[in-house]
Design a protein around this ligand. Sequence first.
Ligand SMILES: [Zn+2]
Length: 217
Amino acid sequence: MKKIFIAVILCVLTACSNEAVISEKHPYTEPKYERVTRGGVTYINDVLIVNKQIGLPPDFNPGENRYAKMKLNQMIKVAKKDNQKLVVRSAFRSYKEQEKLYKQYKAVDKNADSYSAKPGHSEHQTGLAFDIGSETSAKDFTISFGNTTEGAWLARNAHKYGFIIRYPEGKTHITGYQYEPWHVRYVGTKIAHEIFTKKVTLEEYLGLYPKDVTVEN
Ligand SMILES: [Zn+2]
């Protein structure tokens, strides 16, 4: 107590900020990021990461994650009680399926990379990602989905069930993807809550930005 009192007095005298006192009690520690690769799959602090730079091997074929699906169903049920009818439009996709899809998009759209992942770079291959739409489907897979009552509900509540809006608005320079209000990724409630409150991307949360990320076109 005496020490704090002296520090406060010193701060007043030297016109320094209160931060000096706070940091003495709670010194800032640089977050630690432990990056491991298991079977060609990258995990940072035990969170599976796949993005434009970090890929998945073609034989990584886990199917739909049953726990994530259970949480998703739980969320959809609660949404329904709030009169929001959420519909799963897309879930697990194998490397091969992504390869086919990417080729199709690429053949007709030179900007396909802003929304379609190269094979081995889709989060859908992890079984932890889902595309959500609404029953009317009019705004599905469009940026306007974020403005529908279903999209707004999803943005407000997904974290309570362990999901994040993986490609948020205004973060394309970090994620490499345009805003996708429909694409959710399961990370668990603790992490989802942190990402939601801090308004960061998974890349930022895992220490991949600004250090290691360069967005390719
Ligand atoms: Zn998606």
